[in-house]
Write a protein that binds this ligand. Structure first.
Ligand SMILES: [Fe+2]
Ligand SMILES: [Fe+2]
Length: 453
């Protein structure tokens, strides 16, 4: 009996245990199902994330390629703007990258490139260093003779000489009609015409600007300028509104026929600088002295240029390109890793002796990348063979220029020494210079010079 009770009890417990086990199994199956589902979901999410990452990476690469192409398009546009630029913006980065690598490997200077981003930042700055030249007027970049604006005004002046030449003949004819001595008149006419022709030749030669001009030349110019001719036509019609206003404000409408001088510096030749310009320079911290006027197209003023063909106003306009480089690049939202591009690019005309522009930075304020770009910039310019009207230098002459600039405190002596020791100039010469330019270079002579020996 006792046994039967025990059996019954055990049976009932077995049933309970079975039920519990069954429940546990069911739970396990359910959890397994949930786990499998969640694994699947997690995997899906992971796959989606991976796909998105790939897409972002691709997008970043496309954007970088687009940015790189934009940079090159800008540089090429500046090079294409004028024959005088040649391939300057394209070649400066070539020299910059070689010199940067050499500086990075050299023990002569305490500088190492931290990472790929820093290298890219410096090279991009070299590509963009002359961006501001987009704003430099073509007639200044291309100004080959002194009287050139958008065209060579010598043609206009030559026509005045023609007028005076005929006036002399008219005067001779009048004198003949008055019964003066024929022989005397002929002699006078011949002498006057000869003098006039010589005067034109003097002005034409002065216009070229390859020879320096002394005070005696300027005195002669002023004397020639005083010759008179009669203007019978209104000089205030057929002009742009701006030019007409400038003429009317400066001399009004003259009664015709008006007596004019052969050459003149008229008030309307002067284009005033806007105050906004000066305020902008000051606010941005540019320590560059801007001439009072924006332009001075005075004929005597231009012909009196003592060296070359550029007036101080035009020279400033050329220097202004680096101000425009800074303004334009500072307005671009460069990512954090490229934040120094405007600074490096905008400091390529700064000099270690503090006499550079546009900020007149001191030696310790000029970063190594800007010093490297400055050397690349000058070396490209002085070795170029594709700039019209510019003398083609031999390799030794180009290196002479660089070394004298370094000795003058304009360029970094240590970086220039690395430039010489690493023979970058040789590699560059083989690729971009004419055979007849390449001459023997005694590197030790220059290195010793840089060391002050
Ligand atoms: Fe420049
Ligand atoms: Fe440049």
């Amino acid at each position: 009996m006792i046994n039967q009770e025990l059996i019954d009890e055990l049976k009932s417990s077995k049933e309970d245990i079975d039920k519990i086990i069954e429940k546990i199994i069911k739970n396990l199956i359910r959890e397994e199902k949930i786990l499998r589902l969640s694994d699947k979901r997690q995997k899906k999410e992971y796959d989606e994330l991976e796909q998105k990452y790939e897409e972002i990476k691709k997008l970043q690469e496309t954007q970088q390629r687009l940015l790189d192409s934009f940079i090159k398009v800008i540089a090429n546009a500046i090079d294409a703007k004028s024959e005088y630029m040649g391939a300057h913006c394209e070649r400066v980065p070539v020299i910059t990258s070689w010199l940067l690598e050499a500086v990075n490997e050299s023990d002569e200077i305490d500088y190492t490139i931290k990472n790929k981003d820093e290298e890219k930042e410096i090279l991009t700055a070299s590509w963009l260093h002359d961006t501001g030249k987009i704003t430099t007027p073509d007639f200044i970049i291309d100004k080959a003779v002194k009287l050139e604006t958008v065209y060579n005004r010598l043609h206009e002046i030559r026509m005045r000489f023609e007028v005076i030449y005929r006036d002399l003949e008219i005067e001779a004819l009048k004198r003949r009609l008055n019964g003066e001595d024929e022989k005397e008149i002929n002699e006078w006419l011949e002498n006057e015409r000869k003098k006039l022709t010589e005067e034109f030749e003097f002005i034409a030669k002065l216009n070229i600007g390859t020879e320096s001009v002394d005070d005696e030349d300027i005195e002669k110019l002023r004397k020639i300028a005083k010759r008179k001719w009669l203007r019978h036509f209104d000089n205030t019609i057929g002009l742009s509104d701006k030019e007409r206003k400038r003429i009317l404000q400066s001399e009004g409408k003259k009664k015709l026929p008006a007596k004019e001088t052969l050459l003149a510096d008229k008030p309307y030749h002067i284009v005033k600088r806007s105050k906004k310009d000066l305020e902008c320079f000051k606010n941005r911290g540019f320590k560059i002295n801007a001439p009072e006027n924006l332009y001075n197209f005075g004929e005597i003023y231009n012909l009196s240029i003592k060296r070359g063909t550029i007036t101080p106003e035009e020279y400033f306009k050329i220097q202004e390109h680096v101000i425009m480089t800074i303004i334009m690049l500072e307005d671009l939202p460069f990512p954090k890793q490229y934040k120094n591009i405007p600074f490096y690019a905008g400091a390529h005309h700064e000099m270690l002796n503090g006499k550079g522009y546009p900020r007149g930075l001191k030696e310790e304020e000029i970063p190594i990348p800007a010093r490297i770009i400055a050397i690349a910039d000058i070396f490209e310019a002085v070795t170029a063979t594709d700039r019209p009207y510019k003398k083609i230098n031999k390799l030794s002459e180009a290196i002479d220029i660089l070394v004298s600039k370094a000795l003058n405190g304009e360029l970094d002596k240590k970086i220039l020494t690395i430039f010489l020791k690493s023979k970058i100039f040789e590699k560059y010469a083989k690729m971009y210079m004419l055979e007849e330019q390449i001459d023997e270079i005694d590197i030790n002579y220059y290195i010793n010079k840089l060391k002050g020996k």
